[in-house]
Design a binder for this molecule. Structure first.
Ligand SMILES: *Cc1c(COP(=O)(O)O)cnc(C)c1O
Length: 363
């Protein structure tokens, strides 16, 4: 029996092949007599899993040598504090506020440094992106924070900003939690990028940080050692016990992604999936997308029924057809379909089929 299609924003769908492989290897990883969960993180078995995962990730995203890749814990929300603890030097940072997540990031950073909100799209209800030319970047900011895919509001920067061209010398910090590995990254524009694994990579509990090595070594004195990027980097993410099982699953996902043709190939599929859903929404008066067309997320697609009284019945009928977790974020209401890498085109076709049938019944 085939599994239902799961549109959760996170923790989210994983490739079936990854889950099957993990199940097959659960009790005995490669003849070691151990589950990956039972292995010492310093043993040769786990070190080989870790090294393969790191190398595959580096290859998939073409991460340059002068970036460290850290496998940490704490999730994106912890990074909202860990980034200023490491990069702000207690001075100031610029924030571009484009939705719920960057809003939350700037609020947390205020505990550790001075925050300058360089731009905000709050006035449009976070349905647009403020034009980069209008950002009020400040002189001397230690970094500029963006969330390049706003998971709640469904707004995506289809290109990362070129801060140098905007007159800022500061490194760009990007929260890429919900579209990591959905498309290539232009590392020449990035100082640091972070994201939790549970959206597009693996189980909750692993946080990936990509950091330019020249930014290491300036943590505030009260930064916890386990969250000091330099200490984590110097210890190959094993200063403390890393989330070993999560890293193993992430590694299987990286292998799966390579077998799919890599990030460039999956990006093309992600574009096709998102277009299918947006085109259908735009062709109908029964469903509405509120996000401006130039910044619609390919990963997280909030949409609304013109008649909100039908929400519960839309969700119940979707579930009966094997379409799970479509309910919108609590503060926005409506629906949200997350189309991560592991969501096949067939899942989006099934969703559009349900939307069409539901509209015909109720319009
Ligand atoms: C999910 C998410 C987070 C928070 O992740 P946690 O693991 O709950 O800390 C942060 N930023 C973005 C963009 C997210 O999608």
């Amino acid at each position: 029996m085939s599994r239902p299609f799961n549109f959760s924003a996170g923790p989210a769908v994983l490739p079936e092949e990854v889950l099957e492989r993990a199940a097959a290897e659960m009790l005995d990883w490669h003849g070691s007599g151990m589950s990956v969960m039972e292995m010492s993180h310093r043993g040769k078995e786990f070190i080989s899993i870790y090294e393969a995962a790191e190398a595959d990730l580096r290859e998939l995203l073409a991460v340059p040598k002068d970036f460290s890749i850290l496998f940490m814990q704490g999730g994106g929300i912890a990074e909202n504090a860990v980034v200023p603890l490491n990069l702000s030097r207690g001075e100031s940072a610029d924030f571009v506020v484009t939705g719920a997540w960057s809003e939350r990031s700037q609020k947390e950073a205020r505990k550790y440094c001075t925050v300058n909100v360089a731009a905000s799209s709050a006035d449009t209800g976070y349905t647009t992106l403020p034009d980069a030319a209008s950002w009020q970047l400040s002189r001397g900011a230690r970094y500029v924070h963006v969330c390049s895919n706003e998971t709640v509001h469904g707004v995506e920067m289809h290109e990362l900003p070129d801060l140098k061209a905007l007159g800022s010398e500061a490194p760009l910090v990007a929260d890429i939690s919900s579209h990591m590995l959905s498309r290539p990254v232009d590392w020449s524009r990035v100082g640091l990028a972070f994201g939790g694994a549970q959206k597009n990579v693996g189980p909750a509990g692993v946080t990936l940080v990509f950091v330019r090595q020249e930014l290491l070594g300036h943590a505030l004195a009260h930064c916890p050692s386990a969250f000091d990027y330099k200490i984590v980097s110097d210890n190959q993410s094993m200063y403390n016990t890393p989330p070993t099982y999560g890293i193993y699953i992430a590694g299987l996902t990286f292998q799966w992604l390579k077998a799919q043709g890599g990030v460039g190939a999956i990006e093309q599929r992600n574009i096709a999936k998102a277009n299918l859903l947006y085109d259908f929404i735009d062709s109908s008066d029964f469903y509405v997308s509120r996000v401006a067309k130039n910044c619609r997320s390919r990963m997280n697609i909030p949409f609304f029924l013109a008649d909100e009284k039908l929400n519960e019945s839309f969700l119940a009928q979707a579930k009966a057809r094997g379409l799970l977790q479509l309910k919108g974020y609590k503060t926005l209401g409506g629906m949200r379909a997350s189309l991560y890498n592991a969501m096949p085109l067939a899942g989006v076709e099934a969703l559009v089929g349900h939307m069409r049938d539901f509209e015909q019944k109720h319009a």
